[in-house]
Write a protein that binds this ligand. Structure first.
Ligand code: KG4
Ligand code: ZN
Length: 368
C-alpha cells in the first residue's frame, strides 16, 4: 500500500517520532516546516523512558532485557500522548510516523517498528524509516539549540553544505560528508570499538558505574589530562580511520601494572578522556583539510562531552577560521525521539515514505 496524500503539499507537518534502537524508549511530536531549502522544527513533546537504572545492575545493556523494557514502556509513553491530546485529535494532527529502523539492537528496533507499523495501519498514515545516525546529525537543527559557535548571537538556521559530521555514539564513530540534505558519504569509521564504547569500557575498568561515558567525564574534570600518556590510536596514520580497542587495552595494562591510589583515579580518567578527544579532534581536522566543508557538525551521545566540544571548536576555529561549527544542545545529544521525528520530517518532505507492510529493520543499517 502506498500513500500519496495531499498532505505532501502542506507547509507545516507534524511527525510522531519513535526511538527504541538501544536502551532509551522515546516518543516525540515535532512540527516541521520547509522554507525553500531550509527546515525548521518545533519540538511539541519529547518523552523519554531511560533504562539506565535497569542496566546499571548488569553494568551494560543486555539486549533481551532492553527489548522487553521497550515493549512495556513504549505503549505507556504513547498513552501519555493520547491522554494529553485525545486519541482522535492526536491521530488527526499527525501526518506521518517516523521510526528508527537501524542501526541498533535487532530486538529493540523491532519493538519500535512493530508499534509504528500498527499505528500506521490503524491510522492510515505513512511511515518514515529513519537511520538512527542521520537523526543524530539532524538533532543539530532542533529549534532550541541552533548555535553558531564563532558568533553566538547570529544563529545558524540551517546546515551549510558541504557539511562534515563527526558522529560519536555508543556503537559508532564515523566521519560523514553531506553534499546536500539526506545525502551521506562515510569517509572514515572505526575498525573496532567506537569512542563511546571506549569511554564505557575504560570507565568500567576504573570501577565506575554504567553508563561509563558521563561518569568518566565527570571524574576527569578533577584530574590532570597530561598525567599519563595513553596512546592516540591511528592519529599518526594518514587516513580517516579510528581504532579504540588498543586504547582500552593500554588502560587495562596500566591498571594491572600500577597500584592506583583513589586520589589518582581522576588523573587516569582525565588522561583517557584526553586521548579519546585528541584522536577525534585530530581526525576531524584531517578530514576538514581534505574535504573543505563549510560546516562541521558534532553528533551522537559522546557529543555531550565538554572536553570534546571545547577542543573541537578551539582547534577548528584556529585551523580554519571560516568554518562554522555546530553542536546539538545537551538535551538532544543522547538518544531521543525528537531527533527521529526531525529527520523523519525532512525525509517526509522529500517523499522518503514507506508503508506498514514494506518497512524493513536493519541492525547494521549504513548511512548512504
Ligand atoms: O548516541 P547515544 O546516546 O547512544 C547510541 O546511539 O549508542 O550514545 C551513547 C554513548 C555512550 O557510550 C555514553 O557513555 C556516551 O555516549 N556519552 C558520553 C557522555 N555522555 C554520553 N561519553 C563521554 N562523555 C559524556 N559526557
Ligand atoms: Zn544514539
Amino acid at each position: 500500500m502506498s500513500y500519496t496524500f495531499a498532505t505532501y503539499m502542506k507547509k507545516i507537518i507534524t511527525i510522531l517520532g519513535i526511538e527504541t534502537s538501544c536502551d532509551e524508549t522515546g516518543v516525540a511530536l515535532v512540527k516541521c516546516s520547509k522554507v525553500g531549502n531550509n527546515y525548521k522544527f518545533k519540538v511539541v513533546e519529547n518523552l523519554l523512558h531511560s533504562q539506565i537504572k535497569l542496566h546499571k545492575k548488569t553494568g551494560g545493556v543486555v539486549p533481551e532485557v532492553a527489548a522487553r523494557e521497550h515493549a512495556v514502556k513504549l505503549p505507556l509513553l504513547l498513552k501519555k500522548l493520547s491522554d494529553k491530546y485525545g486519541l482522535t485529535k492526536l491521530k488527526n494532527s499527525v501526518d506521518a510516523i517516523a521510526v528508527t529502523s537501524g542501526p541498533g539492537l535487532i530486538t529493540s528496533l523491532l519493538t519500535g517498528v512493530e508499534v509504528a507499523r500498527v499505528i500506521s495501519y490503524a491510522w492510515k498514515k505513512p511511515l518514515v524509516a529513519v537511520n538512527h545516525l542521520e537523526a543524530h546529525i539532524y538533532a543539530n537543527l532542533l529549534q532550541a539549540n541552533l548555535r553558531q559557535v564563532r558568533s553566538p548571537k547570529s544563529e545558524v538556521r540551517n546546515f551549510e553544505f558541504p557539511l562534515l559530521a563527526l558522529i560519536v555514539s555508543g556503537g559508532h564513530t564515523e566521519l560523514v560528508t553531506m553534499k546536500k540534505h539526506l545525502n551521506y558519504k562515510i569517509i572514515g569509521s572505526t575498525r573496532d570499538d567506537a569512542a563511546g564504547e571506549c569511554f564505557d569500557k575504560t570507565a568500567k575498568l576504573l570501577g565506575l558505574s554504567y553508563p561509563g561515558g558521563p561518569a568518566l567525564s565527570a571524574l576527569a574534570q578533577k584530574g590532570n589530562p597530561n598525567a599519563i600518556d595513553f596512546p592516540r590510536p591511528m592519529l599518526d596514520q594518514n587516513n580517516l580511520e579510528f581504532s579504540f580497542a588498543g586504547l582500552k587495552t593500554a588502560v587495562a595494562i596500566y591498571l594491572q601494572k600500577n597500584k592506583v591510589e583513589k586520589k589518582k583515579e581522576a588523573d587516569i580518567a582525565a588522561s583517557i578522556e584526553q586521548a579519546i578527544v585528541d584522536t577525534l579532534v585530530g581526525k576531524t581536522l584531517s578530514a576538514t583539510k581534505k574535504y573543505k566543508p563549510k560546516m562541521v557538525a558534532l553528533a551522537g551521545g559522546v557529543s555531550a562531552n565538554h572536553a570534546l566540544r571545547r577542543e573541537l571548536k578551539a582547534e577548528l576555529i584556529n585551523a580554519h577560521p571560516k568554518i562554522k561549527v555546530i553542536e546539538p544542545s545537551l538535551n538532544y545529544t543522547t538518544d531521543n525521539a525528537a531527533m527521529i521525528a526531525a529527520a523523519g520530517g525532512i525525509k517526509y518532505f522529500n517523499s522518503y515514505t514507506t508503508s506498514w507492510d514494506r518497512i524493513k529493520v536493519n541492525p547494521n543499517l549504513q548511512l548512504k
